[in-house]
Design a protein around this ligand. Structure first.
Ligand code: FPP
Length: 240
C-alpha cells in the first residue's frame, strides 16, 4: 500500500463555494461571469473528490438568504442552476454519480423542480460519488421543517413526545440518508458557516482558504485533505 493511501480521509466533504463575485471583480468582469466560472468548476471538483477517495460531497449552491440579492443576480443563478441540473443527467451517467438536492425545493420554479426530480430519479442507483447540491437551503429552515415533521407524528399519536431523540431529528432532516460531514471547506477567506447544515456540522472539522471558488482546484482540495489528515478528531469526550 502506498503511503498516501494510509492517510485519514473524510467520508463526507461539504463546501461553501464563496468568492465568485470577487473572482470576477478582480478581472473587471461582471458578477455573472464569476458565477458561471464557479458553476463550471463544479464537475471537475466532483471528479477530483472521487479520485481522491471522497464518497460524499455536498455543495452550497443557493441559500435561503440568497433571494435577497438583486433580481438580475437571482435569475442568473437560477438559470445556471437549471442548465447545470439538466446537463447533470449526462454527467451523472458518465461519472456513475448519484445526485440529490437538499433544501426547500417547493419555492423553486416548476421547471427547476422537474429537472431536480428527473435527475434524482435517473441517478438514484449510481454508486460512485454521492453528490448533494444545496438549493434554497438554510440550516435553520432544515431544522424547522424537521421539527414540523416530528410534531405531525406526535399530533397523530404515531409517537409520544418522550420518544423524540437526536437520531429522530437527524433522520427528519434533508440529509436523512447521508452521514454528517467530516470536513467543511469554505473558500474566499470568510470565516462563517452562513446557515449551512447547522445540525449536521456539530463535530465537523473546518478548513478555510483565501482561494476564490472558481480557482479552487484538485491541488487546493488536496491541501484541505492534508489539513484534515493531521487533525486529531474528537467527538466531545470520545475520539473518532
Ligand atoms: C458565492 O459567491 C456563491 C454563491 C452565492 C453561489 C454559488 C453558486 C455557484 C458556484 C454557481 C452555481 C452552482 C452550481 C451547483 C451549478 P459570491 O457571489 O457571494 O461571491 P462574493 O462574496 O465574492 O461576492
Amino acid at each position: 500500500m502506498k503511503k498516501e493511501e494510509k492517510k485519514k480521509l473524510p467520508t463526507h466533504v461539504a463546501i461553501i463555494m464563496d468568492g465568485n463575485g470577487r473572482w470576477a471583480k478582480k478581472r473587471l468582469l461582471p458578477r455573472a461571469m464569476g458565477h458561471s466560472a464557479g458553476a463550471k468548476n463544479v464537475e471537475p471538483m466532483c471528479k477530483a473528490a472521487w479520485d481522491l477517495g471522497i464518497k460524499y460531497l455536498t455543495v452550497y449552491a443557493f441559500s435561503t438568504e440568497n433571494w435577497t440579492r438583486s433580481d438580475d443576480e437571482v435569475s442568473t443563478l437560477m438559470k445556471l442552476l437549471k442548465d447545470y441540473l439538466v446537463g447533470c443527467i449526462e454527467k451523472s451517467r458518465k461519472n456513475n454519480m448519484r445526485v440529490r438536492v437538499i433544501g426547500d425545493v417547493s419555492r423553486l420554479s416548476k421547471d427547476l423542480q422537474d429537472a431536480i426530480t428527473r435527475l434524482e430519479d435517473y441517478s438514484k442507483d449510481f454508486d460512485g460519488l454521492q453528490f448533494q447540491v444545496a438549493l434554497n437551503y438554510g440550516g435553520r429552515d432544515d431544522i424547522v421543517r424537521a421539527v414540523k415533521k416530528i410534531s405531525e407524528k406526535v399530533k397523530s399519536g404515531e409517537i409520544s413526545e418522550d420518544q423524540i431523540t437526536e437520531s429522530m431529528v437527524s433522520g427528519s432532516l434533508d440529509t436523512y440518508e447521508i452521514p454528517d460531514p467530516d470536513l467543511l471547506i469554505r473558500t474566499s477567506g470568510e470565516l462563517r458557516i452562513s446557515n449551512f447544515m447547522l445540525w449536521q456540522l456539530a463535530y465537523t472539522e473546518m478548513y478555510f482558504t483565501d482561494v476564490y471558488w472558481p480557482d479552487f482546484d484538485k491541488k487546493e482540495l488536496e491541501k484541505a485533505l492534508e489539513y484534515y489528515a493531521n487533525r486529531d478528531r474528537r467527538f466531545g469526550g470520545r475520539k473518532s
